[in-house]
Design a protein around this ligand. Sequence first.
Ligand code: DX5
Ligand code: ZN
Length: 220
Amino acid sequence: MTNKIAPSILSADIMNLERDVKMAEAAGADLFHIDIMDGHFVPNMSFSPSVVEGMRKITDKPLDVHLMIDNPEEYIESIVKAGADTVLVHAESTNHTYRSIQMIKQLGAKAGIVVNPGTALENVKELFPIIDQILVMTVNPGFGGQKFLSGMTKKIQRLDQLRQTSAADDFQIEVDGGINDETITKCADAGADIFVAGSYLFGSDDFEGRINKLKDLVED
Ligand code: DX5
Ligand code: ZN
């Protein structure tokens, strides 16, 4: 399994999104992370399915779509039709996580569950046999540029152990929030496979240097 770096376009220059996406792709982005927020589930708003559709037109890289919205079932179909490769729903965003994951998979996309910093892994364990990914939030969701919550390293470790001892071990561990050249190593050592990075990459004038640094740090 190869570790992957997923630039989060939340921190891209939105007025120059295509330029930034092409630049990130040329610099070695493995996939793109797209945050969709509704102003209810999290105290911020961001992209909509039309941004996924637009992204699909300008890149062939996988699109990893992080839904921070209430009632995700209502939008899953439009997100997959817009071109998402993976759709991630928060454990607390619906009473029916199992159904949401099934819906995503039936539509032909990969499915993942997202755990907030305060969400117990126990709450999502029954989904292990049917998910492709689990996204561990390493900040409170809603904003880019926040500080990595150091207590999450142990949680990733426990998740990796659970994965190794579970018969349903066929899912990847993704981390999102506060990932930089220090925190990425902690997450990789703990067992993470996919690393989302927003402000660390797009907030620098040396995107290529920074993504290469992250790649070197998690090379397996
Ligand atoms: C936060 C989002 C992240 C965000 C990460 O709720 O889910 O994807 O873009 O940004 P950084 O890497 O700046 O913490
Ligand atoms: Zn995200």
